[in-house]
Design a protein around this ligand. Sequence first.
Ligand SMILES: *[C@@H]1O[C@H](CO)[C@@H](O)[C@H](O)[C@H]1NC(C)=O
Length: 411
Amino acid sequence: MKAIKFIFLVYIAFSVLYTLNYFYVVYSNTYGSDNNIKPRNSLGLNFQTSEWGNDKLSWGASDYMTEEFFLSKVFSESMQPSHVIPYYFRAIKTPKEEDITITTLITENRFHVFDRLVTNYQGPISVTIHVSDDEKSRDVLLSKLHELYNGNDYMKQYVDVHLVVDNFERQFNMWRNVAKFFARTNYVMMLDVDFHPCTDFRHSILNNEKIMKKLRTGNTALVVPAFEYADLQEGLDYRTFPTKKSDALELIDSGRLVMFHASWKPGHGPSNYSHWYGSNELYKVTTYQYQYEPYVIFPKQSIWCDERFVGYGANKAACLFELYLSGVDYWVLPNDFLIHQTHEYLEDARRHERRFNKKLYDHFREELCFRYARNFILNGEWKTDKTINLKNTCSKIRGFTQAIKYFSSLK
Ligand SMILES: *[C@@H]1O[C@H](CO)[C@@H](O)[C@H](O)[C@H]1NC(C)=O
């Protein structure tokens, strides 16, 4: 009895302290902070860091919250210290809200491929570029970037460039979030820069009222199937790539063009390529599983890629798993496709990081099942269709069903 009393008193004491601390923080943030702190300019150049690309982003708290502080909270799960510089370059054209922004990440050795993508796409692009935080390499990179940006008119018309300045390599999911967060359209396409869009999927979607209707519901992600050449030498020059499905099918028939990463079936297999060959209609992915990592168009207002995934392996799959769990279904576009442009990989780093990320991903999926289930229940959505994907996926976790029953009974 005494022990219980003691625990109770400790609990009360902590609650009081917590509340006091809370009020102190609120008070000091409102009245005590320095209004004049400007975003620190860690690059020593004259950036327009406070010019937001999206008018709707003004949050009215700027009197006592610096942009730097705000951004550090937005990307708070990433490795710190990190400095985000949105709209280092800002496209002249303002895209329509109902449009598709390609969001991508590039490093210096992919600049030339990116240049081609921009010329080829001629639509809104939001790109994150990582800049190492040491004087010498960043000066080299930035001068190359200026050269790249100013050397292509489509770049100036369509591309928003955001920088992440820090000393952490391969924070892919954080970089993805930056590119998506600052995208200025309702829909984004998460694309690896090495893929060449062979068809104009942007207009085949935007001009198709049936597909747009689906996209607007917020529970649809559109898959553009990805291919590669069996002989990697053939994948070097995009000008030789097919631009029509019928031409692609001929190459597929003769075995020259194959599903991307065919040796790793779960990665793209659920798109059911054999169905795609004969289909002229949008079709649903019915065999989703957690390693699936297609290239998709989906609503900007959806998931946030988990920033704990740093390095190779599982990072994109983790974003897409969360998208699926949140109630979004994958639908494959019947007439559009991408082809991978061959280049060298850094295999050594990949192997190590894959091992770590696999472990993280196993835990992450369980965590996500519980987090989303709890939210669905508390929001009164547990009985809606939104939870079908979650229920199918998460019921395989041992103890999940019982835990949900118990949790629902507490409510
Ligand atoms: C994939 O598509 C083929 C051809 O339409 C079909 O026969 C097969 O059942 C599909 N596979 C799955 C798993 O849906």
